[in-house]
Design a protein around this ligand. Structure first.
Ligand code: ASP
Length: 326
């Protein structure tokens, strides 16, 4: 798809007649020359801070994204990512992750990975060491073993206790078309301030998911996407819904067509509701950043509020995403 200019995009959006002054100013804005890191959820703050540190010490943007996400994967207190993440229905921690270099236009991902606490690092190695893009299950595990990753039990006493409580509850909800809610992916989108983009995400997925389930976080373009031509995006929430909309690549394409990150985030969630009104109550949230370092963050409804982290000009803060439907 050829990029169209911002005016073209705005004209094409229903109900939008003309650009405002601030929109024209934004359209002519150049990259700032300063890096920006944007991440999902409050735990994204420490991920951003680590990413900024790695970058300022001479690491690449991809190093920054990977190492930033490692912080959350390593934290047993985060029960939706990496070590300590809540397991699948059989009590096995099953991890998904993807990382994309917007400059090389190259992504790597792993899904259904067991016993390796840093799936984002394995995904990175898929890019650096192979001609493949996605590795799954035992093959991904064997690949990680060959590269020297250490296998370990990823259940913690706390996550094991949660699983046992769920498993022994005769009225437990399952994902056989009867969803439960226990998740939250770390998604991190970064720019170097020179127009280069990288993005990654990592998750243990929906708690108690049916073993073998693969959703947005390891599917390139769904949970994460980056393209220097326009920007990067990441999604969090019900990954089965996110996958049906190729959420992250759609956001980036909207930006390539002239939408701001905020407009693009809102548009994909509106599209979900237009195509299926029941999605209005979906757990869905997205973040995006343009290649000029502008950011956007939106969640579908107040039941799934998005608190996100932004690192910019040395300041690291937590902010609230826009709630699209009250
Ligand atoms: N999208 C993830 C999944 O469905 C979970 C989340 O982001 O909350 O696996």
């Amino acid at each position: 798809m050829e990029p169209i200019d911002r005016r073209g995009f705005m004209k094409s959006m229903a109900g939008t007649a003309a650009l405002t002054g601030s929109e024209l100013a934004a359209a002519s804005e150049q990259p700032s020359g300063r890096p920006v890191f944007l991440a999902t959820w409050p735990f994204g703050k420490s991920a951003n801070e680590r990413a900024a540190e790695v970058y300022h010490r001479g690491g690449s943007l991809m190093d920054a994204v990977e190492k930033g996400i490692n912080v959350v994967e390593d934290d047993p207190a985060v029960m939706s990512v990496g070590y300590g993440g809540l397991p699948n229905a059989e009590g096995v921690v099953e991890l998904d992750a993807a990382i994309m270099d917007g400059t090389r236009h190259r992504a790597g991902s792993v899904c259904n990975l067991h016993m390796i606490k840093n799936p984002i690092s394995v995904a990175r190695q898929v890019i650096e060491k192979t001609r493949h893009t996605t590795m799954a299950g035992d093959g991904a595990f064997q690949f990680a073993m060959k590269l020297g990753f250490q296998p370990q039990q990823l259940l913690t006493p706390a996550s094991l206790k949660r699983w046992l409580e769920w498993k022994t509850n005769p009225n437990r909800q399952t994902f056989w078309l009867n969803p439960t809610e226990n998740h939250d992916t770390i998604g991190l989108v970064a720019t170097d301030g020179e127009g280069h983009m990288a993005a990654g995400c990592s998750t243990s997925g929906l708690a108690w998911k049916i073993p073998g389930r693969v959703a947005d976080s390891s599917l390139v373009g769904c949970g994460v996407y980056a393209d220097d031509r326009a920007g990067g995006a990441s999604a969090t929430g019900d990954g089965d819904i996110m996958t049906n909309y190729c959420t992250s690549v759609t956001i980036v394409q909207l930006m390539a067509s002239g939408a701001s990150p905020q407009e693009a985030c809102e548009e994909i969630l509106r599209h979900m509701v237009r195509t299926d009104p029941s999605n209005r109550s979906a757990q869905a949230a997205v973040i995006a950043m343009s290649n000029r370092g502008e950011t956007g963050a939106v969640c579908m409804n107040p039941q799934f509020r998005l608190r996100y982290a932004l690192w910019k000009d040395g300041a690291s803060q937590l902010l609230d995403g826009k709630v699209l439907y009250d």
